[in-house]
Design a protein around this ligand. Sequence first.
Ligand code: WT7
Length: 630
Amino acid sequence: MNSNKLNGEVYYPSEEVISKAHIKDWEQLNEFATNNYEKFWEDLANELHWFKKWDKVLDDSNKPFFKWFTGGITNISYNCLDVHTKTHRRNKLALIWEGENGDTKTYSYFALHRETCKFANILKSLGVQKGDRVTIYMGRVPEIVIAMLACARIGAIHSVVYGGFSVESLAERIEDSNSKVLIVADGAYQRGKIVPLKQIADEALQRCGTVEHVLVVKRTGQEVNMEFGRDMWLHELMNLPVASRECSLEKMDAEDPLFILYTSGTTGKPKAILHTHGGYMVGTYASLKYVFDIHEEDRYWCAADPGWITGHSYIVYGPLLNGATSFLYEGAPNFPYPNRWWAMIEKYGINILYTAPTAIRGLMRFGEAWVNRHDLSSLRLLGSVGEPINPEAWKWYYKVVGKEKCPIMDTWWQTETGMFMITPMPCVPLKPGSGTRPFPGIQMDVVDENGNSVKANEEGFLVIKTPWPSMIRTVWNDDERYINQYWSKYPGMYLTGDSVRRDEDGYYWIIGRVDDVIKVSGYRLGTAEIESALVSHPAVAEAAAIGLPHEIKGNAIYTFVILKNGFTKSTQLIEELRQHVSHEVGPIAKPESIEIVDSLPKTRSGKIMRRVLKARALGQDPGNISTLEE
Ligand code: WT7
């Protein structure tokens, strides 16, 4: 492919950007990685610390249960912290944090290591052992990072539940993971208000019976219920001798579990995606290094939440593995004013900003004057993730925020992939709205219903044909679901659940999910979660949820409800149902609209045809409805 002759609207990187980049020639790297796939990953693994090197780079003897770096012994937390405390990075800032109320905290690698060891000793004293699951439910505060690293240090498997989720979501995730310990904050600041995390957790703990100990982080300071014998304040324990600074580390097999993270799938309950110490470490380290081009002096800000995969891979593990300085901000982008983000970029001299299209569209709405009040000249690279970015938002981001000198890394990936899969690098020519091409060496394709590649510019299903180190290993406790969900539609190909178009230059253009997943403001929700929250209300007999386009959120949730006999439609009831979903699943799942209906379109076997509801709402042709019940 001749990169000088790309079709459509193309933005070429400047000489300045290329001269600074780790990777100056993408084609060359891709060719090497494609022809020497295992060697490519092995070289990258060799940049990290292993207590014992692997016997085999890739073991594909039991597909689709791929294994990476088998026989290797390492620990990702050791690579994130201990390694750097032995170098010139010892006193370098690992984490800079700003609270929504203006509080700040900073941690050098030395300090983050110390806090992690202390925290890990507390977990040990509670009886947490290698392989045990620990649920973490907090806002964006440094302790969430420390808690994750502490679990990893002692080989416990963390299960972070996003702080925007609520009672039922938290309860089912604790229960499914069988967590004995819950780490929670008293509350979180969000838009000047307090989200009562501990109170939500107390209610969740009444619905599940696995948790023996609750560690409570003091952040907001309002009064909370502390159950005697179960709940303990973290700051009190951190001052006791048990929280020693010396904490022996668990040497982990490359394939030992690192964490599980729940995500919404096609049907039923959210599933726990399993990632491991070895492969996940190599994937996140390498992808961040090449794509966001991490240099020693960089201050890097991924504005996601640690409670989602973006935060796991690119706020916590990726940046620390690279010895970078990662910035974490607690609150809302427009609090107290719409210049909050720009003010912090100026204040801390942020060089790299990675965020979601929904945030960009949200801030764009306030106009450029808020941005232009600040000196953003420290920015070198920008990033986007979570949903397709519309060219209008892309151009605003590029011009107003990046001043036409910062390339935008539009990274397509998933909870399951662990790392960027379709992504540019700074040296790659960009087309607004496209994530360009697959990460070097990774084979992806666009296929039809039968698994055959479609022609350029035709829409099809996005599949992945090569295994990669940070890939999902299985669905926790459910190997069958792992196979069914990802590997059964087309043998030998990983099914992403997205539809896509690939243009004549090989650039991918993501269209959206083709399953029952709705992306709301970049957050991944399942129709099943919203529907089961609705039917858990006494007034509801049946419910269906769909996503419809929304200017800022990308998609918004629309629901259709059949009431039980004896209940009548009223605006009050509708508001009550919306609140109910918010209380059970979380505010992000609150439906935009609830329409009371007499019937729902179903197949003869009784499945709701959401596609028909969607077409109807959009005034479109519903397509093939031959399976529709009379
Ligand atoms: C789904 C995965 C992985 C980070 C956050 C989301 C959509 C993700 C992009 C992008 C278009 C994107 C896909 C994907 N998605 N990034 N750059 N352009 N769509 O992780 O919650 O597991 O969601 O997000 O639909 O399948 P996730």
